[in-house]
Design a protein around this ligand. Structure first.
Ligand SMILES: C[S@@+](CC[C@H](N)C(=O)[O-])C[C@H]1O[C@@H](n2cnc3c(N)ncnc32)[C@H](O)[C@@H]1O
Length: 365
């Protein structure tokens, strides 16, 4: 652990960067999302910097949930439609919990009746036939729900079981593994997940709801008055966030995703970019993208507002890619004063390496 800068801010960042592991408070445990920020770390930073909170790479919405729990206004955006679906569901109005549960119960009952739906081969190959049919019946039921806010929550519940019920090993792996589910249990799982989300939503403050949009962080500024931009952008060359959601796109793309495929080119730091262009060219692009999103977010901050970034070094072809210096340089170039930073080493067991994660805070004068 290393930290420097303003002593009080550096202490908060050092405490936050040291936190790892799962936190199941409120809606955090609903739906998997890769590379989530630690909720306790987000909370420490939120408590230190006042004002409305914005996260332009909001992923599954960890920062937004913590901002709402801290009684703050919260907004977020992300390029990925799955991210915005999940972030909206995790920060939805708790009053929707009751209609969600009753709708989900009816849909689960209807999904047990034998009505077969035609499905494309690219979906069928990932499921046992009866599981694919239960999912198809649930999907048809959700499409027919008229109230948009409840329908979106039902889509998020559906999304939470799409990979779990398939032959895919996990969200982050496309490997095919054996999987057996007795008939009827997919609909039961859907109902169970909806009840779970309902219970979780009831732990959020009444009436609080985050504003979540799809958008490119390099272009979409935070709402006026934002006091804190707290975010964790993609680390260079570590994940392919958008293609990872391919199976969900096959099921729900038509209903929800809009131009999801076109968004692929705007993804920052994608692993596929490092493979296709080579390390040097892809890193150059990551630096330019970092400069662009930091300038856009810094430009939208209120006077005295803070930008706090969680960023980790990449690992490409077994070699580390430094993420800290381009981030600090971009903050300075955007006219911010760098306040403090803290860094901690994280073992990457899958790749047999140690990568460093950094928390950097800067303020607008
Ligand atoms: C490290 S994850 C964020 C995880 C989030 N902090 C959480 O707790 O769930 C990075 C996110 O950046 C998004 N992303 C990649 N390129 C983007 C861009 N140009 N604009 C906005 N979001 C982007 C990805 O879709 C992914 O959700």
């Amino acid at each position: 652990m290393r930290s420097d800068g303003d002593p009080a801010a550096a202490r908060t960042l050092a405490e936050a960067v040291a936190l790892t592991g799962r936190v199941d408070r409120a809606t955090h445990g609903f739906h998997t999302y890769p590379a989530s920020m630690n909720p306790d770390a987000a909370r420490l930073v939120i408590d230190r910097f006042p004002g409305p909170v914005h996260d332009p790479f909001c992923g599954g919405g960890t920062v937004l949930v913590e901002a709402l729990l801290a009684g703050r206004r919260a907004s977020g955006s992300d390029l990925s439609w799955v991210a915005t679906l999940v972030a909206r569901a995790r920060t939805a109005d708790p009053a929707l919990a009751t209609p969600l549960r009753s709708r989900a119960r009816k849909l689960a009952e209807a999904a047990r009746r034998r009505v077969d739906h035609p499905l494309p081969e690219e979906i069928l190959r990932w499921y046992e036939p009866h599981v694919a049919q239960e999912l198809a019946r649930l999907r048809a039921g959700i499409r027919a729900v008229a109230e948009r806010p409840v329908r979106d929550l039902l889509w998020a519940v559906f999304s939470s079981i799409v990979v779990k019920t398939s032959f895919r090993e996990s969200d982050t792996s496309n490997r095919r593994v054996p999987h057996h589910r007795p008939p009827g249990t997919t609909a039961v799982l859907f109902h169970k997940k909806a009840r779970e989300l309902g219970r979780m939503l009831e732990q959020l403050p009444a009436g609080a709801e985050a504003r979540v949009r799809r958008g490119d962080a390099r272009r979409a500024p935070p709402p006026p008055d934002t006091g804190l931009v707290l975010t964790s952008p993609p680390y260079p060359g570590v994940y392919d966030y958008l293609p990872m959601q391919q199976l969900r796109l096959l099921w729900m793309g038509e209903d929800l995703a809009g131009d999801a495929r076109r968004a692929y080119v705007a993804e920052v730091g994608a692993r596929r970019d490092f493979r296709a262009r080579g390390r040097a060219a892809a890193f150059r692009r990551w630096r330019e993208d970092t400069a662009a999103w930091i300038a856009t977010q810094a430009g939208g901050l209120a006077r005295g507002g803070a930008l706090v970034v969680v960023v980790g070094d990449g690992l490409v072809g077994g070699r580390l890619v430094d993420a800290l210096s381009p981030t600090v340089e971009a903050m300075r170039a955007a006219g911010l004063r760098v306040l403090a930073r803290a860094s901690a080493d994280r073992p990457d067991h899958a790749r047999g390496a140690i990568r460093t994660e950094h928390l950097v805070a800067a303020v607008r004068a």
